[in-house]
Design a protein around this ligand. Structure first.
Ligand SMILES: [Zn+2]
Length: 314
């Protein structure tokens, strides 16, 4: 499991942040569903661990019958092979709204800015994230503060991408929010703000970090041309994913680099699998005329996954 609740303070944390928490000492963890709360063990959180950090239950112990979170994970598995029924979807806590909640230093804005308008936050489901950037919300209102669960729903539910997702007061079906970066600019029809995704190179040299920015060159480009060493193909105008480091915390930059490492590591280890790739997903903006191949990441919202992306099936 990717998330758990810290028993000492009730915060919901992402397994990914265990690498940072580890330095200050780990806590005890439990399932995030209030009706379940089985004990969960943190795994693979040491810096030397190559596998992405995760939580597991003790000795394969099952979640309680009423546990919505584990039901959700089971439904996600089913959703890969068939469309989920309306009644299955009704109870499913899939994300319906993406909302960044910035935490200003020294000011407790979390509750004020999270419980606004129509959103009723059930069962005390709001928790501050220990990484310090944002709060993570996973609850009945289905509002999430990270794109991670949104990306997982998109990947795992190719039959159900017609459900609506709200971002910045705009409602669109999942399938229209997501946009694959693959075609040249002239035919790619890249517009506005989207959750863009494209394939990562397996080479570290394609990631360039300076004081101000982190830039990741994607495998996708305007064209390939022969002319490299030994007549190998070289990229013409690769698409670049640009992250402005001044807008996010140092921890977040490290997390982003870790994310990429996990996905690329998985790809390298399973090089024979031609269907799966290391993908970068980010909430971002299309390139401007001045920098026609550069996509800008908004609010540091970026995740990487080693996966196969199935076409949308309706
Ligand atoms: Zn549970």
């Amino acid at each position: 499991m990717k998330q758990a609740r810290d028993k000492s303070n009730g915060e919901i944390i992402d397994a990914e942040s265990l690498k940072h928490i580890y330095e200050d000492g780990l806590s005890e963890y439990e399932c995030i569903d209030e009706a379940c709360r089985i004990k969960l063990l943190p795994c693979s959180y040491k810096p030397i661990n190559k596998v992405r950090p995760y939580f597991k239950s003790l000795d394969g112990k099952n979640h309680k019958d009423l546990c919505k979170f584990s039901e959700y994970l089971k439904l996600l598995e089913k959703a890969k092979n068939r469309a989920l029924t309306e009644s299955e979807m009704e109870d499913m806590p899939f994300p319906t709204k993406f909302k960044k909640v910035k935490q200003k230093s020294g000011e407790d804005t979390i509750f004020k800015s999270s419980i606004v308008g129509e959103e009723k936050v059930g069962q005390g489901g709001i928790r501050k994230k220990t990484s310090g950037d944002f709060v993570e919300i996973f609850n009945k209102s289905k509002v999430v503060a990270s794109i991670s669960p949104i990306v997982d729903f998109y990947i795992k539910c190719p039959f159900n991408r017609n459900v609506e997702l709200e971002i910045e007061k705009t409602f669109k079906m999942y399938m229209y929010w997501f946009k694959r970066i693959e075609k040249p600019l002239s035919t790619g029809n890249y517009k506005g703000k989207r959750i863009f995704f494209g394939r990562l190179h397996t080479s570290n040299r394609k990631i360039i970090e300076t004081e101000e920015t982190l830039e990741i060159a994607l495998y996708e480009c305007e064209a390939w041309e022969k002319g490299g060493k030994n007549k190998s193909a070289v990229q013409i105008n690769p698409f670049i994913v640009n992250i402005d480091k001044s807008l996010i915390s140092k921890n977040k930059v490290t997390r982003i680099k870790n994310e990429i490492q996990y996905a690329v590591g998985d790809k390298i280890n399973a090089f024979k699998d031609k269907k799966k790739h290391a993908y970068l997903f980010f909430w971002g903006e299309v390139p401007t005329k001045d920098e026609p191949y550069k996509f800008k990441v908004l609010e540091g919202a970026l995740v990487a996954r080693y996966t196969q992306i199935l076409p949308t099936i309706q």
